[in-house]
Design a protein around this ligand. Sequence first.
Ligand SMILES: Cc1cc2nc3c(=O)[nH]c(=O)nc-3n(C[C@H](O)[C@H](O)[C@H](O)COP(=O)(O)O)c2cc1C
Length: 345
Amino acid sequence: MHINPNLFFLFKDGDFVVWDYQNHQQFALEDAYFERLKLWSQGKVTQPSPIDEELLGANLLSTIPISQGEWGWDLLSHIFHKGTSDISENILTAEQWTESYLDYCAMIAKNPLPIVLSNANIELPTADVSLLKTTDLIDVFYKRKTCRSFHSELITLSQLSTLLYFSFGNIHKEWPDLDGLQQLGIRKAFPSGGGLHPEEVYIVVLRVEGLEAGVYHYDCINHRLRLVKTGFFEQKVVELVCSQYFAEGIAVGLFLTSKFEKSWWKYPHSRGYRVCLLDMGHASQTCLLTASGLGLHTWVSGAFSDSNIRTFLELESETEFPLFFIGIGHGDNDSLNPKIRKALE
Ligand SMILES: Cc1cc2nc3c(=O)[nH]c(=O)nc-3n(C[C@H](O)[C@H](O)[C@H](O)COP(=O)(O)O)c2cc1C
């Protein structure tokens, strides 16, 4: 017999638990069962045991080898990937699907969607549509590229406001298509799983005409800013993005965070984590295209020190985490920073 390779063990509420992350099953294991699994894994089984039948029935043992397939990362990502794959394979009729969807809605509606009201009080100028109307979409597609060489030039407050509004703002307000039904989510220029939009935007202002340097939080509903703290944090940003000095010379740095509690309110399974990451990709690309449309240059980073960013942004919630960074400003749009180019040459 072969041991199921897609298992991990943990202590939970006083039990010793085996978690079969391929089949999405967990069992509390008594010592005899654990010892038996251990013997099988060590190839030391000498005689049959009735326990084997139970272990077989629970898919912890198999009569044929179970392949883990090819996997280039370590086990942690394999657990997450397999553990969040194939969680619903039932084939339903339209009626069954609708009924199960309504049941699901009723189940999650028992708890309110966690929302923290913003106390942002810095008014932003109305987004200036004319700044974006001169560029057509095809031009924007071609303009968007990674820039690692910024010039320390100012951007205008109107550019920042327009960027924030069209990238992350609640541009649709009411949803006429819901026709009197309760509107739960918000609609921005990019989609979000369940319309939840768990993303939040923190702006490190370095070079914006008419706005004091510092860290601000964007209130996407009211199109306002909340000041977190003042100061010129350019070197701090470089430090936070793992010393990537490409951030030098940007006008603003955006730390995009995700409020996981919104997602697990509606998507209690870990698969919801994937949705947060997918949401963030959509948010980021919308921002990159808007910035390109405004004639600005962009640099992104997925490499950063998560906990230090939480401290820097003074995040009070324990369930909000940084997922991405976007640097924006005027530059020469060179994908190579001059220091790297020199070193390469
Ligand atoms: C998820 C993600 C993470 C990235 N992280 C970094 C990063 O840490 N540092 C960096 O210089 N570029 C980073 N980039 C930018 C890519 O290197 C860049 O998009 C790629 O080289 C292609 O160039 P292009 O953006 O001009 O098409 C990242 C891009 C994405 C989408």
